[in-house]
Design a protein around this ligand. Structure first.
Ligand code: AMP
Length: 396
């Protein structure tokens, strides 16, 4: 796997695909600098080697229009502040103007190109557009994990024009290594904790992961399809009747593969899908009609804690309850606390994919787990066992 450390960028122009798709407020100020900070080590390495950095990214969904609200010019000052170097800006990402700006770029300087998605060809993965992009650097560096599952011009196709001169940035390399640790090289026992709303959206991940893990915790809304499939009463809980057969098949496969499956034994049931609903603790397979399970119960959390503390490698994807409502956040917080404890005891922990990342940030666990992934869809596709096109293009 070629990373930045395999190259010396002295007198070289690095064309770096970053993910600067950051949230802006009504005054077009950046409200969350995480993604810019995440790209900083890569940019600094290129500059410290004595090279220059040409940064390209998308922002929002301009769909081929030059929408001024989505200009990357708005973030230029913030990027300068974060990396500590004045950043130049050019009002297009291809063509004469961009090529001229790159030609004038000196070692130690940084140039930010205008929004890639002002051109429809970007998302189409257009080869001619990718070739134009390729004129803007000597070495191509992909550091955008969040878009690595898309075969867009700047994330994938452009790499075809940099044979022998392309590599992963530090951020993307870290993401790849974290996933490798869970899927292949991690110390045993390996545990995956899968929560979230529906079995249907996690099924490919579950099937792929059964070959990699020793223990699997299934929580959140998925629980009830598994419980009902085994003859339990789930009341009004979220349940996919058409996935019950699949749930039984997963349990059978797990048994054959020697994977221990852990499912809630008790839940916090509510008489409405609301934070002000009445609640009671009930056995997971005896939820009365009119009630629905919205969080894991105390016995469940005790069981899960024991499993988590016994694990050496932990993957967490998906909340354990409806954490967006304060009264049903306890399970997700407890799982987070147990993962933090396991991590401080030496386990490797990776949190990835959408809502669990939001939960980890909201409840302050971000700094206390080993790695929090920056990519939602890209993470989920990796866990499904797919090779992401952006990664494959560097390896080719
Ligand atoms: P996902 O995007 O599949 O990871 O699902 C995340 C969503 O699952 C969150 O919005 C949670 O509120 C929801 N969720 C977790 N547990 C439950 C539950 N017991 N009933 C309904 N929704 C749930």
């Amino acid at each position: 796997m070629k990373t930045l450390d395999d190259y010396n960028f002295e007198n070289k122009k690095a064309l770096i695909r970053v993910d600067f798709n950051v949230p802006l407020n009504d005054n077009f100020e950046v409200v969350d600098i995480n993604r810019i900070e995440a790209a900083k080590p890569t940019i600094i390495k290129v500059l410290e080697d004595g090279g220059s950095a040409v940064l390209m990214s998308h922002l929002g969904r301009p769909k081929g229009e030059r929408n001024p609200d989505l200009s990357l010019k708005h973030i230029c000052a913030t990027v300068s502040d974060v990396i500590g170097v004045a950043v130049k800006f050019v009002e297009d990402c291809v063509g004469d103007q961009a090529e001229k700006a790159v030609a004038e770029l000196q070692n130690g300087e940084v140039l930010l190109l205008e929004n890639l998605r002002y051109h429809n060809e970007e998302e189409k993965g257009d080869a001619a557009f990718a070739e134009k992009l390729s004129k803007l650097g000597d070495i191509y560096v992909n550091d955008a994990f969040g878009t690595a599952h898309r075969a867009h011009a700047s994330t994938t196709i452009v790499a075809n024009y940099f044979a022998g001169a392309k590599c992963f940035g530090y951020l993307l390399a870290k993401e790849i290594l974290a996933i490798e640790k869970v899927m292949r090289t991690g110390e045993k026992p390996v545990l995956a904790i899968l929560g979230g709303a529906k079995v249907s959206s996690k099924i490919t991940i579950i099937e792929n992961i059964l070959d990699k893990v020793d223990d699997l915790i299934i929580g959140g809304g998925m629980t009830y399809t598994f419980i009902k499939a085994q003859g339990g009463e789930v009341g009004d809980s979220i349940c996919e009747d058409d996935k019950m057969e699949l749930a039984m098949e997963i349990l059978k496969q797990a048994k054959e593969k020697g994977v221990n499956i852990h499912i809630p034994v008790d839940v916090i049931a509510a008489d409405d899908f609301s934070n002000t609903a009445n609640t009671k603790i009930v056995d997971v397979d005896k939820i009365p009609a009119g009630w629905q399970g919205l969080d894991a119960g105390p016995k469940t959390l005790e069981n899960f804690k024991n499993v988590i503390l016994g694990a050496k490698t932990i993957l967490w994807n998906g909340p354990i309850g409806v954490f967006e409502m304060g009264n049903f956040a306890n399970g997700t917080i407890a799982i987070g606390n147990s993962i933090v404890e396991a991590t401080s005891n030496g386990a490797f922990s990776l949190v990835g994919g959408g809502d669990s990342v939001a939960a980890v940030k909201q409840f302050g666990f971000e700094e206390k787990v080993s790695y929090v992934s920056t990519g939602g869809g890209a993470m989920l596709e990796s866990l499904e066992g797919k090779t992401l096109p952006g990664i494959a293009a560097i390896l080719a």
